[in-house]
Design a protein around this ligand. Structure first.
Ligand code: 13P
Length: 249
C-alpha cells in the first residue's frame, strides 16, 4: 500500500503575510488528517515563513526549484543547501512551467535532481506531455524521454527517495483535467519504465502524483484509481478551505 501524498504548488503566489494567514486557516482543517503526506510549496521568499507556520504540524514544506551548484557567481539562483537551511524537506524539479518558460531540459532536471538528493531533500520530479504531443500520439514517447533523461546514472536507492508527478501540460491551469483513466494510463506506463530501469520492488513502491486542474470535486475520482498515489495541486491549493477538502478527499 503506497501512502498518498497531497502537495500544493503555489507557483508565484503569496507573500510571507499571506503564507502565515493560509496556515492559520489550513492547519486546523487538516489536524486529524493522518491518511496522507501533506506538502506545501511556496515561493522562495515565503519558505521560512511557511516552515515556521507549519511547525508542530505534519505538513512539510518544499521549494519549487533549486540550482545544482552549491554556491558561486550564479545571479538569481538558490542552491539546494540554502533550501535545506530554511527547514524545507523537499523540492519540485522540472515543472512544465520551468521547462516551457525558463529553459529547463531533461539534462538540467537530472543535475538538479542529483543535487537535491545529495542535499537530503525529497525531490518531486515532474513529467508530462503537451497537447500537440498527445494529439500526435507521442505521450508515451515523451514520458519515456523525460523519465530516462531525469534519472540518468541514478542509483536504485536514490530513486526510492523521489516522488514522481505526472502533469499533462494541457491540463495545467486550464480547468481541463485528464480523465482519471487517462491519468492512470500514463501512471501505469511510468511505473513500467521504473520497473525496466530499476526493479519491480522499486517500481511498485514509487509514488506517482497527478497534477493538472485538481479540484475538491474531482479528487475522489482521481484517487479512486489504484495507479494514482496523490496530487500536485496548483490553483486549488491557494485557498485553505479548498486545499483542505482535497487533502481530506
Ligand atoms: P493547476 O492545478 O492550477 O492546474 O496546476 C497544476 C500544477 O501545475 C501543479 O504543479
Amino acid at each position: 500500500m503506497r501512502r498518498p501524498v497531497i502537495a500544493g504548488n503555489w507557483k508565484m503566489y503569496k507573500t510571507q503575510a499571506d503564507t502565515r494567514a493560509f496556515f492559520e486557516r489550513f492547519l486546523p482543517l487538516v489536524a486529524s488528517s493522518t491518511h496522507c503526506d501533506i506538502v506545501v510549496a511556496p515561493p522562495f521568499t515565503a519558505l521560512a515563513a511557511a516552515v515556521g507556520a507549519a511547525r508542530g504540524s505534519t505538513v512539510t514544506v518544499a521549494a519549487q526549484d533549486g540550482f545544482w551548484e552549491k554556491e558561486g557567481a550564479f545571479t538569481g539562483q538558490v542552491s539546494m543547501g540554502m533550501i535545506v537551511e530554511t527547514g524545507c524537506k523537499g523540492v519540485i524539479i522540472g515543472h512544465s512551467e520551468r521547462r516551457q518558460f525558463f529553459g529547463e531540459t531533461n539534462e538540467t532536471v537530472n543535475k538538479k535532481l542529483k543535487a537535491a538528493l545529495a542535499a537530503g531533500l525529497r525531490p518531486i520530479v515532474c513529467v508530462g506531455e503537451t497537447l500537440a504531443e498527445r494529439e500526435m500520439n507521442l505521450t508515451h514517447a515523451v514520458l519515456e524521454k523525460q523519465f530516462e533523461g531525469a534519472f540518468v546514472s541514478l542509483t536504485g536507492d536514490e530513486f526510492s527517495r523521489i516522488l514522481l508527478a505526472y502533469e499533462p501540460v494541457w491540463a495545467i491551469g486550464t480547468g481541463r483535467t485528464a480523465t482519471a483513466e487517462m491519468a492512470a494510463d500514463s501512471h501505469r506506463y511510468l511505473r513500467e519504465l521504473a520497473q525496466k530501469r530499476f526493479t519491480s520492488e522499486r517500481a511498485s513502491a514509487l509514488r506517482i502524483l497527478y497534477g493538472g486542474s485538481v479540484k475538491p470535486d474531482n479528487i475522489r475520482g482521481l484517487m479512486a484509481q489504484v495507479e494514482i498515489d496523490g496530487a500536485l495541486v496548483g490553483g486549488a491549493s491557494l485557498d485553505a478551505q479548498s486545499f483542505a477538502s482535497i487533502v481530506n478527499f
